[in-house]
Ligand binder design. Sequence first.
Ligand SMILES: [Zn+2]
Length: 364
Amino acid sequence: MAAGDLLTRRVAGYPEAEPPWPLNVFATTGVGMMYALTNCTLYTGFEVLTDHALLIDGAYIRAILPPADLPVECDRFDLQGLQVSPGFIDLQLNGCGGVMFNDAIATSTLDTMHQTNLRSGTTNFLPTLITTSDADMQAAIAVVRHYRQQPPNGVLGLHFEGPYLNPQRKGIHNGAYVRPPEATMVAAIAAAGPDIVKLVTLAPEAVSPETIRTLCDAGITVSAGHTNATYDQALAGFEQGVTLVTHLFNAMSPWQSRQPGTVGAAFNYPDIYAGIIADGHHVHFASIALAHKLKGDKLFLVTDATPPAGTTLDSFVIGGQPVYYRDGKCVSAEGTLGGSALTMAASCSPPLYRLQPGRASVIL
Ligand SMILES: [Zn+2]
């Protein structure tokens, strides 16, 4: 395809699908106004280009074009074969760089997570607060509200993973705080709105339809996770407003022949999005490939990362219990997986390619 076709292609629903495309401001610090990145592999979101340059003007991408068509006056940076892609967005990040949001609900924690993310190509994320007290949830709302008033930063809003979960599928979450929804706290989350709270993971069978509707009506995305919902209960959740499932396969009722569960419901309903942890420990790579065949672009990578990500830490604490990082896994003393040490870039690692022989690019 000619570069001109690429530049004029419009994506439905995306008003900024034509150049110039804005860059994150923190990505341009210290760089001159007009320059080009050359000799690189470009992932555009539509295709993979190896014979094109990226023309950047200040805080905007002006064009993707053959190097011969670059303006003569612009500076050129030879990337010597490096890969260039849009920044990763991580919708489930508990911590990284040695910090855990649950342990230190503060803007300094978000700063550390953001700076750690930038080193591996993640530009935006949802700090994820796992099951904890109402007081901690209120503190997280206040911290994110304050942080988001100080651009530029990479925080798109909060992800509350819990506490309205099914105790049978709580995983590493602290069971002492897993509880049914309480109207005042649900109202506080709804009042915060989607600028502050982007995503709430709950077990649809453990909450009332009103709880899901209250959050959805406020513009907050509701995801089914840590759930033992039957197939029918999962569908009821979808009808009430659930549009996503949290870490597909993990901490949810599995797909079985006579009991399709939450996994079967997510597979059978094409509009439902699904996050997945691609570290090879939470989900077998063959299951990831199968999920991708069934869900297509509705499947997305998350890290579910914890403090060891981006560090050499070998232990940390979740909900008061120690978790050890060994052989690529984060596990409690009982062997329960407690998040990952992944980065988004590592999620696009060679094992995923090997499942798709002949394909030149990432499969997700
Ligand atoms: Zn989880």
